[in-house]
Design a protein around this ligand. Sequence first.
Ligand SMILES: Nc1ncnc2c1ncn2[C@@H]1O[C@H](COP(=O)(O)OP(=O)(O)O)[C@@H](O)[C@H]1O
Ligand SMILES: [Mg+2]
Ligand SMILES: [Zn+2]
Length: 277
Amino acid sequence: MQEQSGVLHSNQVNPGTIGKVKAVFPALADWPEEVITENLDRLREAYRHLKGDCGGLYTSNGVPHIHEVFLPEAEPGTFRKEVCLASRQRAAEKMVELAGFPKRHLTLSLDQLEAKEKVLPYIENYLENKKAGRGLLIIGPTGCGKTQLAVAAGAEIIRRYLETVNFVHLADLCNMFRKAIKDDDTEYRLERLISSKELVIVDDLGSISASEFDLANINSFIDTRYREELPTVFTSNLNRQDMTAFFGERVTSRITEMCESIVLTGPDRRTKRGESK
Ligand SMILES: Nc1ncnc2c1ncn2[C@@H]1O[C@H](COP(=O)(O)OP(=O)(O)O)[C@@H](O)[C@H]1O
Ligand SMILES: [Mg+2]
Ligand SMILES: [Zn+2]
């Protein structure tokens, strides 16, 4: 491949090369020219990873393998081994893609949301929260940004920790319950979702008019995640009273026990946008 600027890619060491290499790697400031020349191949290799020009292997689910890279240290001729950030970032973005987030809500990141502060403590302690099976219950009126906050928090957890997150809308979960009866593949995916030790985000609890069958399955889903101490985030526009009417007292109290409540307020952003046209 032709490198645009020609930096680090000439076969001979041109007079300008040493300067260019030093510009790319500030750590080389004290390296004598001949040491740089001796290590040019390793430095070219490091530069390739720095640019992200380092594809490589994929795991079975299509997530790029995270590899290591040797980067020059200030001590002339020495290198340290580090995780290649380009490969880490590619892996994280693929994991975000696989999480099942609605595309619409992926355009805003956590930093762009005023409600960020409300979920930041949970994210910062995510690994402990996960172990203890703690989740979040994000509640508030329609359009106030619950799904947006849940998606941004989930994506942030993936990017920070490279932890798997599964997002599912309640309606899709209910469809899976029905389909699983006659479809082995759905049954398998559903079982994996129910018992996943990774974070599961269930969007819009109470949003659908659930049948007896749906309700029994939703209750058993919540019950399993509660009993097995599995981390689950819910969003809902039901208050506690409505939730009790919908799910009954037992499930409602389990949700509130396993989740920290995050209350969002504010206008419906959808209608606001509609009016301002
Ligand atoms: N903080 C925000 N800034 C700008 N737009 C937002 C913000 N939060 C949500 N939105 C947008 O407003 C719309 C409604 O948000 P959403 O999260 O779907 O609401 P809810 O789930 O509470 O009904 C979405 O299109 C979303 O992208
Ligand atoms: Mg929503
Ligand atoms: Zn790399």
